[in-house]
Design a protein around this ligand. Structure first.
Ligand code: HEC
Ligand code: HEC
Ligand code: HEC
Ligand code: HEC
Ligand code: HEC
Ligand code: HEC
Length: 444
């Protein structure tokens, strides 16, 4: 077991940090390293600079806690952004500034999404009488702050809507524990200590925890008690990481087949760590239930009627679908189980299966409508919720048209990438909004 990275180090962290670099070496290097984090703490040198000391004295601190970048997000993006990518690939979640000129979309298609959408602002005229409409970059998701990579804090949402989490200090490590301490144990509990982490726990092919070892939490997401440096204890997380599994190759074009992440349970509660309560309670505009049992707000169950409807819905005007192929990655649902066995079987056997009460209690959750990082649409939505139709005359965009009420300033390439390359032919040429994947009629 590694040392506890918590409190005692905080008071005099720099000397302690240097000391730890000296003593931790054997632990770090003796592990079988398949990736970098492997579900836990990667090699310290991947993120911290250890070359700033001379004869035992610190001579130049590159950033806080001797980070390699100017701040936490900048440190992550040293590896998680790549230049000149030919397409979506592996663990990249950001596209460089120079590669996203007007009309050209960000490249990564991971389930969480490419943060570079935050740097793209779209404008359009919906008709001849309305003024110019704008979809500002900062509305496209979570504005992580990075000095080195040009990500600015959100200028409008000064805290997490519904909560107090400050946008000024928002970074990758607001959500992901950089030291990967949260681990899933044999008995299903999640702890920050105990048995060593043998590997990532994010994938259908991840090994199961056993009596001697644990695996990392889904995507190294933080859980109860977590508050990075500078975030007051009153904002510490309450809820654990979600029960979820992803396919090993999840960052890919969906042109020929969809990417199925098996969301099991707990995602909405996890989001409520910062967006407290049910954010869509109708006080500010949108009213909608969402899953969650830990928080006692479990209201979003897809009952048998709604499940059957989801399974039959193919597109506007076509209700001939069947459960085995009903899943739509633009409208995922929570399976409603904490069984990793069930999740792995859904991923492995029938990647596009729709809701099935034999698997759990299916429900709507935050990621049914939003992406966790960013998207091509306002509010980090999975599809454009600001139009009545997502497709018009067979096109997602109406690039080049004088008035663009549906495409809303996105080029055809941007809109297609915004829909993860799912071909337009998958939908009706005049496809209605995707609320109708679950609702036969929309309650007013
Ligand atoms: C994936 C990147 C990453 C890796 C790998 C990593 N750290 Fe960190 N570490 C961070 C970040 C980010 C912070 C927060 C810095 C801040 O906010 O100033 C941090 C903070 C710390 C702190 C200060 C604690 C605190 O909360 O103020 C210590 C000590 C530390 N790391 C030690 C280590 C050691 C030892 C290792 C190797 C076993 C390691 N880290 C590996 C990213 C990493
Ligand atoms: C030295 C390069 C490097 C740095 C720095 C780095 N990562 Fe990673 N990251 C990787 C690699 C390689 C992978 C894929 C293999 C793996 O997971 O070990 C990865 C995978 C991940 C994953 C998916 C892990 C899983 O098990 O599903 C997350 C989440 C992640 N990184 C977050 C972060 C965050 C947050 C930071 C900054 C605190 C960071 N990374 C810094 C190289 C890096
Ligand atoms: C608001 C919380 C949040 C922030 C901030 C955040 N992530 Fe994530 N990240 C998530 C969640 C949740 C997932 C799982 C998404 C899914 O499976 O749908 C994820 C997934 C990932 C993955 C796996 C690929 C993917 O997109 O699904 C990587 C790698 C990753 N994050 C890295 C990062 C890095 C690097 C940063 C900062 C630049 C960052 N994250 C900021 C919540 C966050
Ligand atoms: C660590 C705290 C934290 C967690 C966890 C978190 N958020 Fe956020 N969220 C924020 C902050 C801070 C903002 C405001 C800054 C911004 O919009 O970039 C925000 C803004 C948003 C917005 C508005 C975006 C916009 O551009 O108006 C949406 C939508 C959102 N979050 C959804 C989610 C979902 C879904 C999850 C769970 C997957 C989640 N959040 C988890 C802190 C968090
Ligand atoms: C059924 C789809 C749906 C679900 C489920 C959903 N949202 Fe939203 N969310 C939306 C839409 C649509 C908007 C934009 C509303 C608007 O702009 O008036 C939005 C807006 C937001 C905003 C911005 C609000 C603001 O005032 O700035 C946040 C934050 C947010 N959602 C978080 C969440 C979280 C957290 C969850 C889960 C607890 C969640 N959403 C579940 C569709 C959904
Ligand atoms: C993943 C499935 C799913 C999607 C997608 C979805 N909903 Fe729902 N919706 C539900 C469920 C489940 C309920 C609760 C059961 C019910 O009221 O029939 C619900 C309830 C509602 C209600 C009643 C809310 C209340 O508290 O009275 C409204 C209004 C609504 N949805 C609108 C929308 C809109 C608008 C969209 C698209 C932005 C949408 N829904 C997308 C599943 C979904």
């Amino acid at each position: 077991m590694l040392f506890n990275l918590r409190s005692p180090l905080r008071t005099s962290k720099l000397p302690a940090l240097l000391l730890i670099f000296a003593v931790c070496g054997s632990f770090v290097y003796s592990r079988p390293v398949l990736g970098f984090h492997s579900g836990g703490v990667g090699e310290c040198e991947g993120c911290h600079s250890v070359h700033n000391s001379k004869e035992g004295a610190v001579v130049g601190i590159g950033g806080s806690s001797l980070l390699k970048g100017s701040d936490p997000t900048s440190t992550c993006l040293l590896c998680h952004q790549v230049n000149n990518a030919t397409g979506p690939s592996t663990y990249y979640v950001s596209t460089p500034d120079g590669e996203i000129p007007a009309g050209i979309p960000p490249k990564q298609l991971s389930p969480g999404g490419d943060f570079a959408w935050l740097k793209k602002t779209f404008t359009w005229y919906p008709d001849m009488v309305s003024p110019l409409n704008t979809s500002p970059g900062e509305r496209h998701g979570h504005n992580v702050v990075s000095l080195d990579f040009g990500y600015q804090p959100d200028g409008t949402n000064l805290t997490a809507p519904g909560g107090g989490y400050p946008s000024q200090s928002f970074s990758c490590i607001s959500c992901h524990d950089p030291h990967g301490k949260y681990r899933r144990n044999l008995d299903g509990t999640v702890t920050t200590g105990g048995r060593p982490i043998k590997s990532s726990g994010s994938f259908d092919v991840s090994p199961a925890p056993d009596g001697q070892t644990s695996v990392g939490s889904y995507r190294m997401l933080a859980g109860s008690g977590y508050a990075p440096k500078g975030i007051g204890g009153s904002l510490a997380f309450i809820y654990p990481p979600p029960v979820t599994l992803a396919p090993l190759i999840a960052n890919r074009s969906e042109a020929t087949s969809q990417t199925r992440v098996a969301y099991g349970s707990g995602m909405s509660d996890w989001c409520r760590n910062c967006h407290t309560g049910n954010i869509h309670n109708g006080v500010v505009g949108f009213k909608h239930p969402t899953s969650g049992s830990a928080s006692g707000t479990s209201t979003g169950t897809l009952d048998s009627v709604m499940s059957a409807y989801y399974n039959s819905y193919v597109k506007t005007g076509d209700l001939t679908g069947i459960q085995a192929t009903a899943y739509l990655s633009l409208v995922p649902f929570e399976i409603g189980t904490s069984s990793y066995f069930v999740l792995a079987s859904i991923l492995g056997n029938a990647p596009t299966k729709g809701p099935d009460s034999a698997d759990g209690t299916p429900s709507v959750m935050c990621l049914s409508c939003h992406r966790a990082h960013a998207s091509g649409w306002d509010r980090s939505a999975r599809w454009n919720t600001k139009t009545t139709q997502i497709e018009r005359n067979g096109k997602y965009s109406e690039e080049g048209a004088l008035y663009q009420p549906y495409g809303q300033g996105r080029s055809e390439a941007e809109a297609l990438q915004g829909y993860y390359q799912l071909p337009e032919t998958k939908f009706d040429p005049n496809q209605q909004k995707l609320c109708y994947k679950c609702h036969s009629t929309l309650p007013q």
